[in-house]
Each structure stands twice: as C-alpha cells, then as structure tokens.
Design a protein around this ligand. Structure first.
Ligand code: UD1
Ligand code: CA
Length: 420
C-alpha cells in the first residue's frame, strides 16, 4: 500500500453527450462498465484511500463500487472543482498526495500513472498535470504555458479563444496535488465561465499565481488518456481495449487469425494452442481450453466453458453451456443451458430448444454421443453416453445410453430385420 497517496475518482456527471438512459460511466467497454477499469487502476496503485464522487443516477452505479472505496455524493453537479472539494471531506486526517482520476477515462495504464506519481512526489511538486499531445485536441482543456514554458493554467474549450484552441497540448484530466495545498484553494474558485461550473482546472492558474510549484508530464501514448464523452468515443475506446485483450491473448499463445475482426470481452480465458478464426464474438465468463478451434463466425455468449481440443465452428451459438474435451460442434448449432460430455459429435444444424415460452430448461448430452445433423433436442432432456440420434429427429424424451433414436418425435430405432 502507498500510504502517501489517496485517489479521488470523479463520476457524478450526467454524460449528456452520450444521449443515454444509462449513466455514462456504466457503459460497457468489452463487456464491463468503463468505471470498473478506473477502480482497477486505483487498486493497482495501492492508494491508502480511494473516494468516488457519484451524483447522477448514483443508485445504479453504486452496485459496481468495490468494497473499501468510499462513496461521496455530489447532489448538485456544480463542476469538477466542486466534486473534488466534496471528496476532500472524506479525506480528513490524510496527509500526502491526492490523485484525481476521471470515471470516463478507462484506458489509462498503471505504469503511466505511476510515472506521474513518482515525478510528483519525488520532486515535492504542488500540482502535476498529466498532459498529452493530441492530433485533434477538440473537446479537451488546453495547457497554457508562460514565456518560460512553465504551466500557467488550463483553458476549457468552451472558454478558449481561437489561438488557445490551436494549442494541441491537452489536459488529460489526471492531476496530482499536494493535499495540503489543494485544501486551501477552493475559496479562490469561481464559476465565471461559459458552463457556470467550478472547474478543477482553474486550480492550476490559482497555484501559478500564488507561486506554487506546478509541473506537467506528458503521456507517451495519447490514446490511453482518451476521455469518453460520446458514442463515437466509446466505439474508439472499445476498439483500443479490444486490441489490448487480443494482444494479451496472443502473447499467451493463442492464435487470432485476424484480430481486427475478433471481439473478445474482458476476462475471457483461452488456453495456448487454440485458434480463433475471424468474426467470432466471445462474451463474459467464457473459458476456452487448450488447442481448441473457434469460428469463423462463432458466438460464445455468457458463461460458456469449452474443454481442451473442442471445436465450435461456423455459426455456432452457445450460452450457459459446458462442453467436454474433444467435442466437435462444427456447423450451424444453437446450444443453450447444456452440459455436454467429452468426445461428442454435434452434427450440422443441431439445436437445443431450451425455452418453452415460459422458462429455460437444461439439456444433458453424455460423452461419445453422436447427435445427427438437424436434430432438435427439446429441453429438459438427457441423451445418454454413446447414444445416437438420427438426422432430422426431434427428441422430446430422454435417450438411454448407447441406444439409437430416429424420427419426429424421436423413437428407438429398430433395424428392419428385427421388425418381423
Ligand atoms: C474535463 C476537463 C478537461 C479535460 C477533460 C479530459 C474540467 C473542467 N475539464 O472535461 O480539462 O481535458 O476532462 O477528459 O475538469 N464530474 C463530476 N461532477 C461534476 C462534473 C463532472 O463528478 O459536477 C465528473 C464526470 O462524471 C466525469 C469527469 O468529472 O467523469 C469529467 O467531467 P466531463 O464533463 O466529462 O469533463 P470534460 O468536459 O470531458
Ligand atoms: Ca470527459
């Protein structure tokens, strides 16, 4: 734990530009609310205390706040400066540096923030701003420097003149303050700007004018500091997060044939030697073993486990399903709420009818079973070990181990010679 660092996460804003009924910070990035990534970052820094400021739709956001993180309510959204002032109330008695993180900046990496903290604490600075050089600075606060290139303030886009708008050094929003200096500054903040808000960013010019030590360090990769304000930003950040997830899996020995066309959620586990073919979508709580073959065009939805050597191929959709070793589901199948053994062959076009219009039901398929093409298994139903179903059958009753069923509805198959 870093005893000298406290983190304040700002997440009270409305997120008006998202045009959404969902609070902005709850919008998912690769299957997870963007704010959760910021909580992870705060935990990774080992801060002594973490405070999150909530306001708009706070009831919905509360449920993802980790234990140990203090919630402070900002009942009126008076701006980022006001939010930090309120959060400081929860840091009474704490001495050291206060790091501000924003709930809408989910791509920020621990290493970058650690660099900022080290620089800030190592040089006894009063305020250190993490800045970035942006190709397109629009939407961000611009860094103002004096003749000696020292940081003298931050101007918000809404209040910037044309010359200031041309500055491409931006405020990422991530700022580290000396707690002692920060506490004394709020009386100088005024809401005399376009938005009539108390801007956190105005603190920088107050510090500068008071002769306090203000520094800036630049983040190498501006993408990390991207703030999400609109759906377009969300899609760009999702693409960046997706790239990270795919790179990480490839580093661990997974082949991803075309990473730009593969959509894997946060937390998915895939064993080495597995190959993921294009246009595959893998959602939350999916665990794939070693040497599996997935896709192309495969959709693994929530809570799917595939053991080693399995194959889920073209247009297979699985949800809440467990599949044993070396089982093949090669083409056009829907499997929901199913428990499938090892060495099973699921023929082309097999469907589990798990929903009867009122509720979902389970299906069990024993090891080495052979499910003929186009079989429909009407749940709840159990197919015994080594049993076979004929092509096109509709199975409405349990099938005994090693037996064969055919037809609609499926009945035990009796070879012709035995019929007489
Ligand atoms: C803010 C910065 C801007 C910076 C940019 C980086 C200010 C005034 N501006 O602008 O300099 O370049 O982030 O992405 O800080 N929030 C509250 N309470 C409020 C208002 C906002 O908690 O009263 C929270 C929001 O939920 C959000 C964060 O603060 O997580 C930033 O607010 P937002 O409105 O997105 O600020 P920007 O306009 O992006
Ligand atoms: Ca923002």
């Amino acid at each position: 734990m870093n005893k000298n660092i406290a983190v304040i996460i700002l997440a009270a804003g409305k997120g008006t530009r998202m045009k959404s009924d969902t609070p902005k910070v709850m919008h998912p990035l690769c299957g997870r609310p963007m704010l959760s990534y910021v909580f992870d970052l705060a935990r990774g820094l080992g801060a002594k205390k973490t405070v999150v400021v909530l306001g708009h739709q706070h009831r919905e956001i509360r449920r993802i706040v980790p234990a140990g993180v203090k919630i402070v309510l900002q009942d009126k959204l008076l701006g980022t400066g006001d939010a930090v002032k309120r959060a400081l109330g929860a840091l009474a008695g704490f001495k050291g540096s206060v790091l501000i993180l924003y709930g809408d900046i989910p791509l920020l990496k621990k290493e970058s923030v650690k660099g900022l903290l080290k620089f800030h604490t190592g040089n006894a600075i009063d305020a250190t701003v993490l800045t970035a050089l942006a190709g397109d600075p629009s939407g961000y606060g611009r860094i103002l420097r004096d003749k000696c290139r020292a940081v003298r303030g931050i101007v918000e886009e809404a209040d910037a003149n044309d010359a200031e708008k041309n500055i491409n050094e931006i405020n990422t929003g991530i700022i580290c303050f000396s707690k002692e200096r920060l506490s004394g500054v709020f009386k100088y903040l005024k809401a005399d700007n376009r938005k009539k808000e108390y801007y956190l960013t105005d603190i920088i010019s107050v510090f500068y004018e008071k002769g306090l030590l203000v520094e800036a360090i630049r983040i190498k990769d501006a993408e990390e500091a991207m703030g999400i304000n609109s759906r377009l930003d969300l899609s760009r950040a999702s693409a960046a997060m997706r790239r990270r997830i795919n790179h990480d899996l490839m580093d661990k020995g997974v082949t991803i044939a075309s990473p730009e066309h593969t959509f894997i959620n946060y937390g998915v586990k895939i064993g080495k030697g597995s190959v993921i073919y294009p246009f595959t979508v893998i959602e939350n709580n999916v665990i794939i073993g070693r040497n599996c073959s997935i896709g192309p065009f495969c959709h693994l939805r929530d809570s799917v486990t595939l053991k080693d050597g399995t194959s889920a191929g073209n247009f297979a959709e699985l949800v809440r399903t467990r599949v044993g070793k070396n089982t093949l589901i090669k083409h056009f199948s829907y499997l929901g709420d199913a428990d499938i053994g090892a060495g099973v062959n699921i023929g082309a076009g097999c469907v589990v009818a798990n929903f009867d219009g009122a509720g979902k039901h389970n299906t069990k398929i024993g090891s080495r079973a052979f499910i003929g093409s186009d079989s429909v298994l009407v749940a709840p139903v159990e197919i015994g070990r080594g049993a076979r179903t004929g092509a096109g059958c509709v199975v409405t009753r349990d099938v005994a181990a090693d037996s064969v069923v055919v037809g609609v509805p499926a009945r035990p198959y009796t070879p012709r010679s035995k019929k007489r």
